[in-house]
Write a protein that binds this ligand. Structure first.
Ligand SMILES: *Cc1c(COP(=O)(O)O)cnc(C)c1O
Length: 384
């Protein structure tokens, strides 16, 4: 950093130069109509569904464009209450609590549950918000090897016995698309007297017999006491929820600062989410179409020898390793009308830069073939 530590302009330009030099500069581009989106998380194609837009407008007309206050003041409206009940039902929990975003749900849950004596055990590839939540609580996170139950067992065995323990994992890993072994995590956590928290941001709406996610009704509140789901992915709207026991939810209402000190979700968004839940229940064929799309893409990609990671979820990472190569591929794809994620460190470990290709129920065969042809062409270019 600069020799004059308080010179802000120099501090900023040095940080920018450092990031550019590493090839890690991030650029926002306004999404252009006409691009086929293989980067977003709208797995069921609900974000653009006119029924959600209608429900959102109706919700705004009935309750206002904004909630006007936090949940504990006067912002907790009937539509929020109804949505919390529906979400709790979907995942088979006694109660659910709405948050404005998934990031805040994770911050708010970990902050309210942990302190500097809590032992937190996290999968190495957990979402940034889970690590940040433990940090907000002043709790130290021990990170176990990705999906490695033996490593978790070992770490828990070594932990001092006199402090509360919490095991935390993504359900579906957001950059890899693989799924946590929920049953295994639940068994080990119970054996060591730890609570288990699963963030099922990418599983909700996609996995499970009812779209109830990789935890859902299959793993009850006794096995997974803390379940987080987000609404901005497969459900197509925005916001998040924590589901669990009556006692857990009351504790969050009392102690979760990111819950207490923020304006409630706009009521139209809650109304649109209720419409999304109706569609999720009434149109299981969307999930079937998504599964067919994933199977087709993986089958064709295997014939082309593309280095796809092992994932049966809509997140299909193509591991290229080098950041520059990832940027080149993403740029070339964009020129042919295809938008994919170019994921580089620090979001993923060094040497594991990748294209993050996401599939959705509404991708047609033609778009998939167009993507596959272009991936084959880029692979044929060699190492560039
Ligand atoms: C996207 C995501 C979040 C954050 O959710 P937002 O609603 O976008 O803030 C949290 N956890 C995981 C695993 C995610 O993928």
């Amino acid at each position: 950093m600069s020799s004059t530590p308080h010179a802000w302009p120099e501090r900023l330009s040095e940080a920018a130069a450092w990031r550019r030099a590493q090839g890690l500069w991030r650029e926002r581009r306004t999404f252009q109509a006409g691009l086929v989106d293989f980067a977003g998380n709208d797995y069921l194609g609900l974000a653009g569904d006119p029924r959600l837009a209608e429900a959102q407008a109706a919700g705004a007309r009935a309750f206002g464009a904004g909630a006007g206050a936090s949940h504990l003041v006067s912002g907790h409206l009937e539509v929020h209450e109804a949505l919390e009940r529906r979400l709790a039902e979907l995942v088979g929990r006694p109660r659910a609590l709405l948050f404005s975003t998934g990031y805040m749900a994770n911050l708010g849950t970990l902050q309210a549950l942990c302190d500097n004596h809590t032992q937190v055990f996290q999968d190495r590839l957990n979402h940034a918000s889970l690590l940040d939540g433990a940090g907000l609580a002043g709790a130290r996170s021990r990170r176990f090897h990705h999906r490695d139950l033996d490593d978790l067992d070992r770490l828990l065995g070594r932990a001092p016995g006199d402090s509360a323990r919490l095991v935390v994992s993504d359900g579906v890993f957001s950059m890899d698309g693989d799924v946590a072994n929920i049953g295994g995590l639940a068994e080990i956590s119970a054996r060591h007297g730890a609570w288990l928290m699963i963030d099922d941001a990418h599983g909700l709406g996609v996995l499970g017999a009812h779209g109830d996610g990789c935890v859902g009704r299959a793993h009850g509140v006794d096995r997974v006491p803390i379940l987080v789901g987000t609404l901005g992915k497969a459900l197509g709207t925005g916001g998040a929820f924590v589901a669990g026991s009556e006692a857990l939810i009351e504790h969050l209402i009392q102690f979760s600062r990111p819950y207490v000190y923020t304006t409630a979700q706009p009521p139209g968004v809650a109304a649109a989410t209720l419409a999304a839940l109706d569609i999720l229940a009434a149109e299981p064929e969307r999930r079937e179409r998504l599964r067919d799309t994933i199977a087709y893409f993986r089958h064709e990609a295997a014939l082309l020898n593309l280095p796809l990671a092992d994932s049966f979820t809509p997140i299909q990472p193509l591991i290229l390793g080098d950041s520059q190569r990832v940027l080149h591929w993403a740029d070339q794809l964009r020129r042919t009308g295809l938008l994919v994620g170019a994921i580089r460190p620090p979001t993923v470990p060094h040497g594991e830069a990748r294209l993050r290709i996401t599939l959705r129920a509404t991708h047609g065969r033609e778009s998939l073939d167009h993507l596959l042809e272009n991936l084959a062409r880029l692979q044929g270019e060699g190492t560039n």
